[in-house]
Design a protein around this ligand. Structure first.
Ligand code: ADP
Length: 398
């Protein structure tokens, strides 16, 4: 079975063709500058790589056509015809309270997706465009499935998702914590259960997805019970360029003082804050580590603030669940930085967390890095959102 996984943005589209049963990735790549000029990238094992070549892409439909043409190309393709694509799985950012799991797309689902747009005005329209483009190019007979970033967190109890605002803002305007990165948190929590050889239903896990965007989730019995991102992905940890949690009173103060409107303020909070804002150096932790080594104190402070907030949330979620069996590190930083993993878990010995520096000295592989005597396991689990999307899609397309 072959599943085409699509992650459509407003001017880009990532794709991957994979077999969820064997987990083999047949081909993957990226369409960029859709609606501008169009650049196409394609990579498949044993085939010639196409690297950001010019392909006209006035709309997402031409982008999908370019993907399909490359996949079925007689010399460089990986399948003989489009018929070998059994279903398409789409990453959709926001499913509101309507979607607590992945769904097969039909007209009713499309209408519900449109209703979710006000909650994610930058992302959901692009996801919908990607779905429509696939249907236009591939026809209505190929099943399409929507997999939501928010769905995994729909199990959160009201005590975790309710903001202390006038309640009508929830009932009338849908303002609540939704949480994001759900596909990743779900995937690594399932892998953690497999790695520990225990049913997910019996485990309390804290999953730390630390990349450009970062979020931490408390997962009790296989269900998300709290998560650090909120109504939008701007909340929670400080990130590469996003501020994370802050006092809303700061907005009024800065907007008045610097004569900024709300769009300018949000641009600062989304694109100029986080570890980039603190350091003035970079949003990339590799650059920050290098600068800190050379004595840049603001780069060091940015790293310290990030790590401190991760540690603090781990403690908070252990308290929220009344215990924890394992802490999972995933995504760019979580999978690749042994030094940061060591520092983020330092000081948590009181609750049974103990990392073995030698086991921890690894990158990008699934491993239990706990030291002897640890009563809380520390796991490194590379995330694979595409595989999770393909697995859900295959299940629903059956
Ligand atoms: P995204 O959230 O965009 O999917 P990733 O999960 O790919 O991001 O994470 C990207 C981030 O991971 C980079 O910005 C970088 O800070 C961090 N990263 C990647 N490799 C390392 C490393 N070896 N050491 C420290 N940080 C790393």
């Amino acid at each position: 079975m072959n599943i085409l996984v699509i992650n459509a943005g407003s001017s880009s589209l990532k794709y991957q063709l994979l077999n969820p049963e064997t987990q083999e990735v047949l081909a993957k790549g990226l369409c960029e500058r859709i609606g501008i000029d169009g650049k196409f990238t394609y990579k498949a094992p044993g085939k010639q790589t196409i690297d950001a070549v010019d392909v006209a892409m006035p709309t997402h439909s031409e982008a999908i056509k370019a993907v399909l043409d490359a996949l079925v190309d007689p010399q460089n393709g990986v399948i003989a015809s489009m018929k070998e694509i059994d279903a398409v799985g789409h990453r959709v950012v926001h499913g509101s309270e309507t979607f607590a799991c992945s769904v097969k797309i039909d007209e009713r689902v499309m209408a519900a997706l449109e209703e979710c747009i006000p909650l994610a005005p930058l992302h959901n329209p692009a996801n919908i465009t990607g779905i429509k483009a696939c249907e236009a190019v591939m026809g209505k007979d190929v099943p399409q499935v929507a997999v939501f970033d928010t769905a995994f967190h729909q199990t959160m109890p009201p005590v975790a998702y309710t903001y202390a605002l006038p309640y009508e803002y929830y009932t009338e305007d849908k303002v609540r914590r939704y949480g994001f990165h759900g596909t990743s948190h779900k995937y690594v929590s399932q892998r953690a259960a497999a790695l520990l050889g225990k049913p997910a239903a019996s485990l309390k896990l804290i999953s730390c997805h630390l990349g450009n965007g970062s979020s931490i989730t408390a997962i009790d019995g296989g269900k998300s019970v709290d998560t650090s991102m909120g109504f939008t992905p701007l909340a929670g940890l400080p990130m590469g360029t996003r501020a994370g949690d802050l006092d809303a009173g700061i907005l009024e103060y800065l907007m008045n003082k610097h004569n900024m409107d709300i769009n300018e303020m949000l641009n600062v909070l989304n694109k100029k804050s986080g570890v980039l804002g603190i350091s003035g150096v970079s949003s990339d932790f590799r650059d920050l580590e290098a600068a800190a080594k050379e004595g840049n104190t603001r780069a060091q402070l940015a790293i310290d603030v990030f790590e401190y907030n991760v540690r603090k949330l781990i403690g908070a979620y252990a308290a929220a669940m009344g215990g924890v069996d394992a802490i999972i590190f995933t995504a760019g930083v979580g999978e690749n930085s042994p030094a940061m993993r060591l520092r983020m878990t330092a000081g948590l010995e009181f609750m049974g967390v103990k990392v073995d520096p030698e086991k921890n000295n690894c990158r990008g592989k699934e491993i239990d890095v706990s030291a002897d005597g640890a009563t809380v396991r520390t796991l490194v689990i590379p995330t694979n959102e595409e595989l999770m999307i393909a697995l859900d899609t295959a299940e629903l397309a059956k």
